[in-house]
Design a protein around this ligand. Structure first.
Ligand code: GDP
Length: 364
């Protein structure tokens, strides 16, 4: 699962991406990640993991990670092949969700491609390129489906009706993600991989003077208004500062953040919001050797979660011993949680919950 960083030129994308790679996890520890300079692997900050480690005192603590892809080069006209337009649009097609960086900082030394800072116009420019690309994909798909209409198949008729409805919305400038499609409708268009169907979060890149939260910066308000209208989240960051913070060790970082009036860095907020946006959640395993955070999609059942650890555990799954993070903390120790009856035995239909601390029983 990957998050793609997009935005107009000179809005701070590479600065933010550099912060991510500098803060990033040691690539060697994550062999599943391709060695691609445009992909940054970063740990998902999770205070629960630290608390668990304090309680269990294991030899090793392993956080979960998420991946960001730097997708530079999106410009006005990309859908018509301007710049390296089509190539970049195809990169966006490959990611699962989008972080749209919007310039909200004023700096006369940094040129703006449109001549001035203007989040509404900038967001519309990017959205319009994605919409135009989707309309092109959709036209091809509609052609195909309409040809099948003759067969009188109800499914085909429903698909054509849906595609036409989506086309009209795109034509009116509305991204697919805001159309409130139901799960059946979303399933019909899933394989088309529409760009505007991907979930988005906005990163409002402010100047240092606007930290901690961008209050009083009218550009941030603009971004928030647009995001609210489409149910998207906004994270306020100062990419330049984040790149500096990423160079610091933990103690220096805490001090630096306190000076800025921040409890956590904008980058940490962004990473966590991105993780949620991807529809991911975390469960933990906690033993004397290792306390580890694992990533699963929301809605994953216990055996499939076990399969993340090892396919043998999924295959031989018997039961999961589960205690919620909060219950475990309240009990004070794993033993106490067990004695208080807070550890549940769950079967193969159990849907994992965020923060579950689990021990899987399985047959070898
Ligand atoms: P990209 O083209 O979107 O990747 O933009 P860059 O990350 O290369 O940034 C363009 C310029 O804006 C660089 O000179 C950055 O130093 C500058 N920049 C990025 N973020 C900030 C910020 O938060 N404040 C200020 N003042 N400048 C920034």
């Amino acid at each position: 699962m990957q998050l793609g960083i997009v935005g107009l030129p000179n809005v701070g994308k590479s600065t933010l991406f550099n912060a991510i790679t500098r803060a990033g996890a040691e690539a060697a520890n994550y062999p599943f990640c391709t060695i691609d300079p445009n992909v940054g692997v970063v740990e998902v900050p999770d205070p629960r993991l630290d608390k668990l480690a304090e309680m269990v005192n294991p030899q090793r603590v392993v956080p979960t990670v998420t991946q960001f892809v730097d997708i530079a080069g999106l410009v006005r006209g990309a859908s018509k092949g301007e710049g390296l337009g089509n190539k970049f649009l195809s990169h966006i097609r490959e990611v699962d969700a989008i972080v749209h960086v919007v310039r909200c900082f004023r700096d006369d030394n940094v040129a703006h491609v449109e001549g001035s800072v203007g989040p509404t116009r900038d967001i519309e420019t990017i959205n319009m390129e994605l919409i135009l690309a989707d309309m092109e994909t959709l036209e091809r798909r509609l052609d195909r489906s309409r040809k099948l209409l003759k067969t009188n198949d109800k499914k085909v008729a429903a698909e054509v009706e849906l595609l036409e409805r989506i086309y009209a919305a795109l034509d009116a400038g509305k991204p697919i993600r805001g159309l409130g499609l139901n799960p059946e409708e979303a399933a019909i268009i899933k394989d088309a991989n529409f760009l505007t169907a991907k979930p988005v979060l906005y990163a409002a890149n402010v100047g240092e003077e606007d930290l901690p939260d961008g209050k009083g910066n009218p550009f941030v308000e603009e971004v928030k208004r647009i995001a609210a209208a489409e149910n998207s989240e906004v994270i306020v960051v100062c990419a330049k500062i984040e790149a500096e913070i990423a160079e610091l060790d933990d103690d220096e970082k805490a001090e630096f953040l306190a000076d800025l009036g921040l409890e956590e860095s904008g980058l940490d907020k962004l990473i966590r919001a991105g993780y949620r946006l991807l529809g991911l959640m975390t469960f933990f395993t906690a033993g004397p050797q290792e306390v580890k955070a694992w990533t699963i999609k929301r809605g994953t059942k216990a055996p499939q979660a076990a399969g993340k650890i090892h396919s043998d555990i999924e295959r031989g799954f018997i039961r999961a011993e589960v205690v919620s993070y909060d219950d475990l903390m309240a009990a004070g120790s794993q033993l106490a949680a067990r004695e208080k009856g807070l550890v549940r035995l769950e079967g193969k239909d159990y849907v994992m919950q965020d923060g579950d601390v689990v021990y899987f029983r399985f047959n070898v």
